[in-house]
Write a protein that binds this ligand. Structure first.
Ligand SMILES: Cc1ncc(COP(=O)(O)O)c(C=O)c1O
Length: 485
């Protein structure tokens, strides 16, 4: 989240947070954008913030996010116990390092890493950091090979579907790599193999395959991409690795679709990222990146850091980070085991299929995906009903449901859809209410109900808009508060 400093003179009477508990220690306004001169007692500060945060959406009803919103009590306890540990203090917290090592080992094996190779990996803040690290490794390896062959190294490119998550665009921009996007079509919402191959050349540092598109939850054809790249190598020697963005699918496919080869079982797959905080079932933020072999992670990217009493190998974009998510990931691994993850994923998929089946009964909806791969339901409006998916999303929000509406990626932007991500916490009981409320909202809109749209719909899953109904103060302009997430 990027926030801007607000000019105080523009604020008028919007300068302070005015408490309502007048006679209970909170009688003075609290400055909104300047640090208060004086302290207040913790109970008052807590109450003020606690109350203000009730304006946020309800995480259980937030069907926009893939990120975990519920963990069991023992996990909560372990996380609370380890919240004060910095995961980077290796010498002080060697056992936390040991737990990370065990997680990397378990993941490498879950993803089919061959025993004769030395897989490497690390915890990250999420898949975005993992993707930046994997992208850097691909760029460094490509450059070393080009230099060894006496060829120019000024034009690296990366081939991926236009449906990639924004972190891939960021990686390309921040690290000077030309992004080559395979456009979507009206019928194909993921990468096309032939189309991708047409973009590959000797400057391609890698091809990205997504295991679980953010837009529809579909798996990309990674085995087919791999076969096509093998063929290309045999034909003209262009040897391009695959990175699998398994942000969501990395904890789904091994349990629901174990026979689908998308991982290190394919020799061309050199690295994989996965979000521990998505279907890894840990609160935000933890991700993982795993390289098939140490040769896939160039040594120049690894820093030997002397810090607080010891020297350690480090590859990360940030330095300090909380240890509790790593601990919680390990807890899930041993607490649930493979059978526990399988049971949960099967149950989520069953709920998603049920929601999809119920929605498919309506002639005013068109289904795009219903747990075909990830436990995600993606649907649009059939025909021209006189209202949009954005209206439907806004009306559902009034009931508390957060169901994002968005346009597909280029060149399928004219297709507008809604998406429900089924996570732990969305019981069949709540799903029944959801299906009912979607139907009721459609009927209301079809009867001419108008919904106020707070902002113009953007191309990506809608960020949490502030809805007029719950706000008393006037809405802020982009000039006053610029926040991007
Ligand atoms: C396919 C894909 N890749 C990467 C990301 C970024 O993941 P994170 O939020 O863990 O940084 C997402 C997030 O939704 C995603 O769906």
């Amino acid at each position: 989240m990027l926030s801007a400093k607000v000019p105080l003179e523009d604020l008028g009477d919007d300068r302070s947070v005015t408490p309502t508990y007048a006679s209970r220690g909170l009688s003075e306004p609290v400055s909104r954008y300047e640090m208060p001169e004086h302290s207040m007692d913790p109970a008052s500060a807590y109450q003020l913030i606690h109350d203000e945060l009730t304006l946020d959406g309800n995480p259980t009803l937030n069907l926009a996010t893939f990120v975990t919103t519920w963990m069991d009590e023992r996990a909560d306890q372990l996380m609370a116990e380890t919240m004060n540990k910095n995961a980077i203090d290796w010498d002080e917290y060697p056992q936390t390092v040991e737990l990370q090592d065990r997680c990397v080992n378990m993941l490498a094996r879950l993803f089919g890493a061959p025993e004769h190779q030395t897989s490497m990996g690390c915890a990250t803040v999420g898949s975005s950091e993992a993707i930046h690290l994997a992208g850097l490794a691909m760029k460094w390896r490509w450059r070393a090979a080009r230099e060894a062959a006496g060829k120019p190294t000024d034009k690296p490119n990366l081939v991926m579907g236009a449906n990639v998550q924004v972190c891939w665009e960021k990686f390309a921009r921040y690290f000077d790599v030309e992004p080559r996007y395979v456009p979507l079509t009206e019928k194909r919402f993921i990468i096309g193999v032939d189309e991708a191959m047409a973009l590959v050349d000797e400057n391609t540092i890698g091809v990205v395959g997504i295991l679980g598109s953010t837009y529809t939850g579909e798996y990309e054809p990674i085995a087919a991409l791999s076969a096509a790249l093998d063929e290309r190598f045999a034909k003209d020697g262009v040897d391009v690795p695959i990175h699998v963005d398994a942000a969501s699918g990395g904890f789904v496919a091994p349990f629901l679709q174990p026979d689908v080869a998308w991982d290190f079982r394919l020799p061309r797959v050199r690295s994989i990222n996965v979000s521990g905080h998505k279907y890894g079932l840990v609160y935000p933020g933890v991700g993982w990146v795993i390289w098939r072999d140490e040769a896939d992670l160039p040594k120049e990217l690894i820093f030997e850091v002397d810090y607080l009493g010891g020297s350690h190998a480090n590859f990360s974009l940030n330095f300090s980070r909380g240890a509790s998510q790593i601990v919680a990931q390990y807890y899930n691994f041993i607490r649930l085991g493979k059978s526990g993850y399988r049971e949960i994923m099967e149950s989520l998929a069953a709920t998603a299929r049920w929601i999809g089946g119920e929605l498919a009964k309506r002639s005013d909806l068109s289904m795009l995906a219903a747990a075909s791969d990830l436990p995600v339901v993606c649907f649009g409006l059939a025909g021209k009903p006189g209202f949009s998916v954005f209206d439907l999303s806004a009306l559902l929000r009034q009931r508390g449901w957060i169901v994002p509406a968005y346009k597909m990626a280029p060149d399928a932007e004219h297709i507008e859809v809604l998406r429900v991500v089924v996570r732990e916490g969305l019981s069949r009981d709540l799903a029944t209410e959801l299906v009912h409320d979607i139907g009721a909202a459609i009927d209301e809109l079809a009867a001419g109900h108008k919904v106020e749209q707070p902002t113009a719909p953007a191309g990506a899953p809608a960020p949490g808009h502030r809805r007029g109904a719950t706000r008393v103060s006037k809405p802020r302009t982009a000039k006053k508060t610029r926040a991007v997430c």
